[in-house]
Design a protein around this ligand. Structure first.
Ligand code: ATR
Length: 272
């Protein structure tokens, strides 16, 4: 095998993955190089064949290829299978194994600010990011993982698929119990640059000491997080999820969980 790692996506030019992974490789004196590869949808299969021929050690997969990768690997980890998307491939002596580190990355980041036992959690959104996050939250000893989504059917289907029978689904019109939740997580793109003044949900009635997490990191502080701070909540932006999904991937490739505080500083310097 080669010493090459990478990420494939489209667009990919602004990816911060090379920054954090090359730094972690250097930190741990691992001979290797991580690059970003712009791959169009119609070239995904060829790109993966190329990676096989070159003996690439491992790679990440980002938008729009996470679902397309499912049919291009030799084995799929149970979580990635359930989530229905792959963001990390490990080359195990020629066998390409697909994983999804997004959800566990999010949870690892969240655990830096709170423990999750008995917590009531509200997830906003039911798309790809939500699928990964909800999957991983349901593996924890949380009291409840509810979803609020524009399309309630999509959220209900997701919870049924995950056999999350104690979870509830709300539409934005029907949710009126914000004060019940210890943790609120935005997984939608509402509030992302350039629509920075939008927020996905009203935080009126937010519980004292609640945690509000937004997976967006452009901007670093969304309107949702600003409002949550004003209300006295503990807030977390999308950097911990980004960094920890990378850290879990790095561990799958090397066996080492890298220094996520160091990665966070690097990313925030770049984005700040
Ligand atoms: P991702 O992979 O980033 O999660 P996605 O799969 O397209 O992206 O999912 C986007 C999520 O954001 C969905 O929950 C979507 O709601 P619907 O399922 O009803 O489409 C939500 N979303 C996107 N734009 C939105 C908006 N303007 N208002 C409310 N929800 C929005």
């Amino acid at each position: 095998m080669s010493n090459l790692y990478g990420v494939i996506g489209c667009p990919i030019a602004h990816s911060l993955s090379p920054l954090i992974h090359n730094d972690a490789l250097a930190q741990h004196h691992i001979k290797g190089y991580y690059d970003a590869f712009h791959v169009e949808v119609e070239n995904l299969e060829d790109a993966v064949k190329g990676f096989r021929a070159l003996g690439v050690r491992g790679f990440n997969i980002t938008i729009p290829h996470k679902v397309g990768m499912l049919s291009l690997v030799d084995e799929i980890d149970e979580g990635a299978q359930k989530i229905g998307a792959i963001n990390t491939v490990v080359n195990d002596n020629g066998t390409f194994i697909g994983y999804n580190t997004d959800g566990v990355g999010f949870v690892n980041g969240l655990k830096n600010v709170t423990q999750l036992d008995d917590k009531k959690i509200l997830v906003i959104g039911a798309g790809g990011a939500s699928r990964a996050i909800v999957y991983s939250l349901l593996l924890e000893k949380t009291a409840k993982v509810d979803i609020v989504n524009r399309s309630t059917k999509k959220a209900a289907d997701l919870l049924e698929e995950y056999e999350a029978f104690k979870s509830d689904v709300f539409s934005f019109d029907t949710i009126n119990n914000i004060e019940d939740y210890d943790i609120i997580v935005n997984t939608t793109s509402v509030g992302m640059h350039p629509h920075v003044n939008e927020m996905p949900i009203s935080l009126d009635g937010l519980k004292k000491g609640a945690i509000v997490s937004d997976i967006i990191y452009n901007p670093l502080q969304t309107t949702l997080l600003s409002k949550a701070s004003e209300l006295g909540a503990i807030t977390q932006n999308g950097v911990p999820m980004f960094v920890n999904q990378g850290a879990v991937a790095f561990q799958l490739w090397t066996g080492i969980y890298p220094d996520t505080e160091r990665m966070t500083k690097l990313v925030e310097q770049q984005l700040g």
